[in-house]
Design a protein around this ligand. Sequence first.
Ligand code: O7M
Length: 211
Amino acid sequence: MSALILALDTTSREEALRIASLTADHLDAIKIGYPLVLGAGLSIAGEIAALGVPVIADFKVADIPNTNTLICDQVFAAGCSAVICHAFPGGDSLEACVASAHAHGGECFVVCEMSHPGGAEWFSGGVAERFSGMAVTAGADGIIAPATRPARVAALREIIGTKKIYSPGVGAQGAAPEDVKALVDGVIVGRAIYGAADPSAAAREYRDRCR
Ligand code: O7M
């Protein structure tokens, strides 16, 4: 059983709010990122949160510690409940994101292996394992790991123990909720819900398949 997180990667405020309103009852959280925030502004986070669904800010934050703190503080001030960061800038950068998240009562997730084909190249050879260890050391709340490679999710679970795993790649990228729902805490679905003819029905179906 896993939570269902909508990746709301539309670029217009009106479309985002329309889809969020149609689907919110079937979701555990909505993930927003550059496509929507560059199109609609960061205030969209508060507008979505006002619908009663937690908002996860997927900015894949990856800078020096001071800049990371400034970015994450803005994210939480805007009404987000969690932020997603990259590990590669180093442990101190990661710790800055975790500190901001926890100071605001929020959560911090770390990208440890990505779901697209290129992710299998870059994150292999022990990189994802190292990032997962960094997430544990920094006190992050969880990691991002690919539904497209369930065996890798299982391997990273061994490192992070009971911390959360949110897993993208379901739907448009070819994975199914059933591939990973026993391994993860949340499944991330984007186009297969927001691009569906009936987003509400699609969200309900994915929620049922995650349970
Ligand atoms: O279901 P999709 O393919 O339309 O959308 C997937 C979403 O998850 C989209 O917002 C991606 O940017 C994101 N994502 C991946 O697809 N793969 C990853 O490895 C990591 C992410 C992600 O959310 O990182 C935090």
